[in-house]
Write a protein that binds this ligand. Structure first.
Ligand code: GP9
Ligand code: MN
Length: 709
């Protein structure tokens, strides 16, 4: 080593600082590009990616520049460097197993996920991993052997501060660019992938740490006493089931179909093309909506906020609201106790449950949340053949999604509770433009609106194909099929542009109209029933669970649910938006003003009677929302014993090898197995008739028509 000499700048403290910053940057970039799958889509995103490790690395290492004594200064810098390296490297290894990043909760061990890693960690290492950690040994040796000499003179405080300040500036620039590319990045926290992609591992961990600290504070202060008020609220608002309908779907499978971004105005809507020809957008869904065997609702509102799809899932499966800020799934889904639909049905009625979705399981933190909801299986994109042709930013397109789900669905023990989350009809609605099978584009000044009808039409076709399969396989007769639109597809700011397509004008469009546009379809299809029809009850997503449970013959009164059965004569018909606004059958309160539903006009001077009513509604809405927040933020269900439910241990759930697990159960049960596969003694896969996206584009022969039973 004696003959080895390092370039002189490395013998300066600042030079060494620059070296370490560079090394960490290089390692991060390597991890970003070759280890993590971050879905980088544009040059701008590459730029942000290359920028983001610099700021936090510079910042952290700059702490050592304030240390004056040479030995201590170098040690501090190396120590910080080692910590950051270990954090990055651990994430790399963890990602290989979980396709996800390490949260503070995981570190603290509460998530129990880390335990799973222990056994399999060894096989997750790759030979080139040495490159990540080798310098942790080499650098101290180089210093010790004086190949790199320590600079005795301390860095001037002003210089140290300049480095810290510079790092803060770089970070601000980074954050600014990130927010510009992905608005509401920090408030909505869609997925950990996004945070890493835009801000890097260090910033993500720090941010996650702060969030975790905040939620832990509230949770720590909560006590079983807080349940008293909650229980009183629930008791007060319980709406007893309609006797004629209670239990009509007992022991049937539940098949939820999540109709991404589908608004009620699309039901029965016909888009007129330039030749004056009309095109029905969702003919199949319309037909189900109008069937006598369907309990359909045309005054049903979404109640989501920033957590969008995930908020809808929270509402529908828990009868609780999402949070006022961000997504409950990402913030609390990985740690709270829930008493969600899959779990209730399992514990009450022996259901098996499965969720299906063609996007990565860590989007909206679903993998962690679903375990706590009691989902036995979760088939995320890793279970599907997803390629460039059949997918987009949010995952696999609906047709291949439903089709490819069948090979898992057919092995589920019946009765089952299942949820299929479609996604093609998602903003920016640009995937099915110029489609040769062609649904026309609308002709407004807004591209987003123009594409919306064609993607909704694609969703409709996908759902129809899935229904055909359900009928062919025989599952249909044994199932209740619930369909719902999760939230608006056209945002409020775009509504005026949409107005002419709805027979209104841009100029006369008001907040009253905006509120009415928050309707989404909700329908419970019960094959064999004749007493369904279109129900005009005013309700929202929070009301779905008690409604469904009562049809399944399950008493909802012992659960902490904040909604009311929509088929109950006792329903209050007060629909809260997450913002605190509300809708009733006669009045709408939106954006600070009260409107008369029958005229659509603002009520500027309500009489005393109406004012008192409006005050009462506002209070009731605020009570419902704050009760929900108390439950969620305080994690109060962990104290609740009234339902007699056993608490879930997320460690019991493993979403790997789902198919093998299902098949194992089948063979264990033998004759007693109730899966469709076992019942028919054969696979139902070829009962599925679909036209793939490619066939749509006319490049392949359509699939042969299958033999139907
Ligand atoms: C992503 C999908 C979309 O997996 O569910 O969620 P959204 O953007 O609608 O909340
Ligand atoms: Mn959605």
């Amino acid at each position: 080593m004696k003959n080895l000499k390092s370039p002189t700048f490395l013998n300066k403290r600042l030079g060494f600082y620059a070296l370490l910053t560079f090394l960490l940057w290089a390692k991060s970039i390597f991890a970003y590009l070759f280890e993590f799958n971050l879905g980088i889509e544009s040059l701008r995103q590459y730029f942000i990616l290359f920028l983001n490790p610099i700021a936090t690395t510079m910042f952290l290492l700059s702490i050592a520049l304030y240390v004056r004594r040479p030995k201590a200064a170098y040690r501090t810098m190396l120590f910080i460097y080692a910590l950051a390296t270990i954090l990055l490297f651990s994430n790399v290894v963890y990602y290989r197993e979980f396709t996800d990043f390490i949260t503070v909760n995981t570190l603290l061990g509460t998530g129990k996920v880390a335990s799973g890693l222990g056994e399999s960690a060894i096989r997750l290492f790759r030979p080139y991993d040495l490159l990540f950690v080798l310098d942790l040994i080499v650098l101290p040796i180089l210093l010790w052997k004086k190949v790199i000499k320590r600079e005795e003179r301390p860095v001037r405080a002003r210089m140290a501060f300049a480095m810290t300040a510079l790092s803060v500036m770089v970070f601000s620039a980074n954050l600014f660019l990130a927010e510009a590319d992905r608005p509401e990045l920090l408030t909505r926290t869609f997925s950990r992938d996004y945070l890493i992609k835009y801000l890097g591992v260090n910033a993500f961990t720090a941010y996650d740490g702060i969030q975790t600290y905040k939620t832990n504070q509230v949770r720590a202060e909560a006590s079983p006493n807080d349940l008293t008020e909650v229980e009183a609220y629930v008791k007060d608002h319980y709406a007893a089931p309609n006797d004629d309908l209670y239990g009509i779907a007992k022991d049937k499978n539940v098949i939820y179909i999540h109709l991404e971004s589908l608004q009620q105005f699309l039901i029965d809507y016909k888009l007129t093309d330039e030749n004056g020809q009309e095109h029905e957008v969702t003919p199949f869904i319309n037909s189900i909506f109008h069937e006598n065997s369907t309990f359909s609702f045309d005054n049903f509102f979404h109640q989501v906020k920033a957590g969008k799809t995930s908020d809808a899932e929270t509402l529908l499966e828990n009868s609780l609201f999402g949070l006022n800020q961000g997504s409950l799934f990402t913030q609390l889904g990985g740690k709270n106790t829930f008493q969600a639909a899959p779990d209730i049905l399992k514990q009450e009625a022996g259901y098996t449950s499965a969720a299906f979705h063609g996007n990565s399981g860590n989007f909206w933190n679903r993998t962690e949340t679903y375990k706590r909801f009691g989902y036995d299986y979760f088939f995320d994109s890793s279970y599907y053949d997803v390629n460039e042709d059949n997918s987009f930013q949010y995952g696999l397109h609906d047709k291949p999604f439903f089709q490819q789900s069948v090979k898992y669905l057919e092995h589920l023990q019946q009765p089952f509770y299942s949820k299929f989350i479609a996604v093609s009809n998602h903003y920016p609605y640009s995937e099915f433009q110029n489609d040769e099978a062609g649904f026309p584009m609308a002709k407004t000044g807004d591209e987003t609106i123009n594409g919306y009808f064609a993607t909704a039409n694609y969703l409709d076709k996908a759902v129809e194909e899935f229904f055909n399969y359900l009928k062919a396989s025989g599952l249909y007769d044994n199932s209740v099929i619930v369909m719902y639109g999760d939230h608006y597809g056209i945002s409020t700011s775009r509504n005026p542009e949409l107005a002419p397509l709805l027979g209104k004008t841009k100029e006369s469009w008001t907040n009253f109209d905006n509120a009415q546009m928050q309707r989404v379809p909700y329908m419970i299809h019960v094959p064999g029933q004749e007493n369904g029809g279109i129900n005009h009850t005013y309700g929202g997503e929070v009301d779905a669970l008690p409604t469904l449970l009562h049809l399944l013959g399950i008493d909802s009164s012992k659960y902490i649910q904040l909604g009311q059965d929509l088929l109950s004569p006792e329903n209050d018909q007060l629909v809260a938006f997450r913002s605190g606004d509300y809708v009733t059958p006669d009045y709408t309160y939106y954006g600070g003003s009260l409107y008369d539903n029958h005229t659509g006009f603002m009520v500027t001077a309500p009489d005393e009677n109406l004012q008192a009513k409006a005050d009462g509604w506002k209070q009731a809405v605020s009570d419902q929302l704050s009760t929900s927040d108390d439950i969620n933020n305080g994690d109060l269900l962990r104290f609740y014993t009234g339902s007699g439910m056993e608490t879930i241990d997320p460690g019991d759930y493993d979403y790997k090898n789902g198919l093998q697990q299902l098949q194992k159960t089948e063979s264990k049960l033998g004759e007693k197995s109730t899966s469709v596969y076992s019942k028919l003694g054969t696979s139902t896969e070829d009962m599925y008739n679909t036209q793939t996206y490619k066939q749509y584009h006319g490049t392949e022969e359509p699939a042969p028509t299958p033999v139907q039973e």
